[in-house]
Design a protein around this ligand. Structure first.
Ligand code: SAM
Length: 239
């Protein structure tokens, strides 16, 4: 998976993505990450890339030409027209199924806006997907791009080793994951549930599944409507 980020703040992406599991995945070549500075494609000596909005109003708008120049450079480098994700609060809300779909691409381009946003005309020409990370407004698209790259990278074969596993995780089958416990057996007078110490795998699996159902009913009842539950599990969720 090759990530290409078009941004006014490449250092934010490089610093944010080069640690822990992501850093190691880059180092080992499971994913690659290149941040392209949109400012490098400004056609003026002050590297200015924004201007006031036509029609008036507060704030600045990122101009079309430098954004298009940065996109063309990536397209030329990879040799085909890639999927381009514009991070925007006006997009579809990012989700695990979307991460799974994007993880099947070879290259993904993330376009990060700033200020009031980007001139609509270049968006019309290059953007294939409008994605939001939630119903709130941030100052820029860099954090949303990093959120998406993190979620997508975890699904790329080889990225997760023993540190974590994508085998069963929250949102699979529309359930949240069960709780986790580690050593010691007693902490602050709270004991680890007995079944987890039993070594009985079938009982452990049953307990975990029940905990997933209970937890989802408590925290995200909206998910349960689409979950495939047995009659017994439905009764558990309704308790
Ligand atoms: N004027 C825009 C609006 O009202 O829709 C908001 C612009 S925001 C201040 C600046 C940039 O931050 C956007 O162009 C986008 O790239 C990014 N951004 C802000 N909130 C976001 C969100 N919830 N999801 C994804 N990107 C977001």
């Amino acid at each position: 998976m090759h990530f290409h980020v078009l941004t006014l703040f490449p250092e934010m992406i490089e610093q944010g993505m080069n640690t822990s599991i992501m850093g190691r995945a880059i180092e080992r070549g499971y994913i690659s990450l290149k941040a392209t500075d949109i400012r490098d494609y400004a056609a003026n000596k002050h590297n200015k890339v924004d201007d006031t909005p036509y029609g008036g109003g507060a704030g600045m708008v990122m101009q079309a030409a430098p954004v298009y120049g940065a996109y063309e450079a990536v397209k030329e480098q990879i040799g085909y027209r890639p999927r381009v994700i514009y991070l925007t609060p006006q997009g579809s809300t990012f989700s695990q199924p979307m991460a799974e779909e994007f993880a099947r691409e070879q290259d993904l381009v993330f376009l990060c806006g700033h200020y009031e946003g980007i001139d609509e005309r270049v968006l019309e020409e290059i953007v294939t997907d409008y994605v939001s990370i939630g119903d709130y407004v941030l100052t820029g698209g860099e954090l949303p791009a990093m959120v998406m790259m993190d979620a997508i990278s975890r699904l790329v074969p080889g990225v997760l080793h023993n540190e974590a596993s994508a085998e069963f995780e929250s949102f699979q089958g529309n359930l949240l994951e069960h709780p986790h416990y580690s050593r010691p057996e007693v902490w602050h007078e709270k004991r680890v549930p007995e079944v987890l110490l039993s070594g009985h795998h079938a009982n452990i699996e049953k307990w975990r599944r029940e905990q997933s159902v209970i937890r989802t009913a408590e925290r995200r009842p909206d998910l349960l409507e689409k979950a495939d539950l047995s009659a017994k599990e439905k009764a558990l969720a309704d308790r």
